[in-house]
Design a binder for this molecule. Structure first.
Ligand code: ZN
Length: 454
């Protein structure tokens, strides 16, 4: 399939910001020509892009697609007063209510919303303790059906008992094997782990061993709330980062989400390890867990939504404004540098260093925005347009791996309306099951006994 985008303003790179005028020719899944004077012999699908901005597809570096069906869910328990209570009363009830049908529906909806927002890669962290086996296959199939690129893992944890912890490790193992066999061209795998405070040493070691054998990284939450640190200190006499590092979980292929509650030595350890950190500002604000020390975290800092959709225009704008609220010396290149870093992370998993750029040879993952810039669009002004002008609502067309997967704001691979109606039906069933599930009884101190006590 060959596609020619004509007459566009093209953002070829977010870091450094680079804007050119002209055409983009896509063939065999890749960008084969970009800029002025593109010659195309004919036969390509032509997409007129006059007055449009073409940008690299965004990467959401940390999300939970299963939360797609949580929007508007009824909540009739006492209001949570802490982060751990939010988990016990909301997310750890939702994940136990998931079955394979609702995982599929949530995957379709999450992928649909992501593509319509110009996000072409989702890095997902999945949990469904009562439907572990095959859950990643279902999610990969759903993402593939819609046509989005993804990096998947199963969130291993001890909070639902040792059998489910083992099953989680096995689900990662099976999925990684199938990915290696090339079953889903658009999917890659990691080894998922929940967070230090719900992991025993043995389970954490099993995750690290699998990641090592599979030559992939660990995807884990770190220090999202102070509870993670309090638990690591109580059970292991060390900070959560030190615990993950000494277990071998922090490599340059790994991904940690949040990293809010750190001391400087932990930030230094993260930087030295080469791990990528996914910052999720909207989620952190929504959960009142605090602010990540962004200035300490080094260059391998990407952006995620933690399940609040996949609109990276919105997430990056909030990230920027939240940072500015702290002081006027915002980090250089923000918010484009962390978006570029998310692409670089995904690019390493796919063996595609060009991912996140619109340059010859790069995979053609891009979005066409119907954005008539009211002021000049240049390398220097791109950041300002990004923060104060661009929006997911302007996304018109989207290509992933060279295929047009959104055209005129509609999915091309699936029936748009049907997908949403099915999701609504599935969420009613999911909410019905969730209604019968009480707050999770696990709390950070619960694993003390198995750790030998202190
Ligand atoms: Zn998360």
């Amino acid at each position: 399939m060959s596609v020619l985008l004509t007459g566009a303003t093209i953002v070829t790179s977010l870091h450094p910001p680079t804007v050119v005028k002209g055409d983009v020719h896509v063939s065999g899944g890749r960008v084969v020509a970009v800029g002025g004077g593109v010659n195309e012999a004919g036969g390509a699908q032509r997409i007129e892009c006059d007055g449009c901005l073409v940008v690299p597809g965004n990467v959401c570096a940390h999300t939970h697609a299963y939360s797609a069906l949580a929007r508007g869910m009824l909540y009739d328990l006492p209001p949570p007063t802490s982060f751990v209570e939010i988990l016990q009363r909301v997310w750890w009830r939702l994940d136990r209510a998931l079955d394979l049908a609702s995982i599929r529906a949530s995957g379709l909806v999450a992928a649909r919303e992501a593509l319509l927002a110009g996000t072409t890669t989702l890095v997902d962290h999945h949990a469904s303790p009562n439907a572990i086996v095959g859950s990643l296959d279902v999610l990969a199939e759903a993402f593939e059906e819609v046509g989005i690129r993804s990096v998947l893992c199963y969130e291993v944890t001890d909070r639902d008992g040792p059998e489910r912890a083992d099953a989680g490790v096995e689900e990662n193992r099976t999925f990684l094997r199938r990915v290696a066999e090339g079953r889903w061209p658009l999917a890659r795998g990691m080894v998922g782990a929940h967070a230090s405070f719900t992991l025993s040493d043995a389970t954490l070691a099993a995750c690290v061993a699998l990641a090592h054998d599979s030559r992939v990284g660990i995807h884990v939450h770190l220090a999202e709330d102070q509870a993670d640190q309090a638990d690591a200190e109580a059970r292991f006499g060390q900070r959560a980062t030190n615990r993950l590092a000494s277990a071998g979980a922090l490599t340059d292929a790994s991904l940690v989400a949040h990293a809010v509650h750190l001391v400087p030595a932990e930030a230094e350890m993260l930087r030295a390890s080469g791990v990528t950190i996914a910052h999720n500002p909207r989620s952190n604000m929504n959960n009142a867990v605090g602010r990540a020390p962004l200035g300490w975290l080094g260059p391998r800092l990407a952006l995620g939504t933690d399940g609040i959709g996949a609109d990276m225009f919105e997430e990056s704008r909030v990230a920027y404004l939240r940072l500015r609220e702290e002081g006027l010396d915002a980090l250089e290149g923000w918010p484009l540098t962390p978006l570029a870093e998310g692409s670089a992370f995904a690019g390493r998993l796919f063996g595609e260093p060009g991912l996140g750029r619109i340059e010859v040879g790069a995979p053609a993952d891009l979005a066409v925005l119907d954005y008539a810039a009211p002021t000049p669009m240049t390398d220097a002004s791109l950041i300002s347009h990004w923060i104060f002008g661009l929006s997911a609502a302007s996304v018109r067309d989207v290509l992933v791996g060279g295929e047009v997967v959104v055209r005129d704001r509609r999915l091309t691979r699936l029936d748009h309306g049907e997908l949403v109606l099915e999701a609504r039906e599935e969420s009613r069933r999911l909410w019905g099951r969730l209604d019968r599930i009480g707050p999770h009884e696990f709390s950070p101190t619960r694993l003390l006994a198995t750790a030998g006590g202190e």
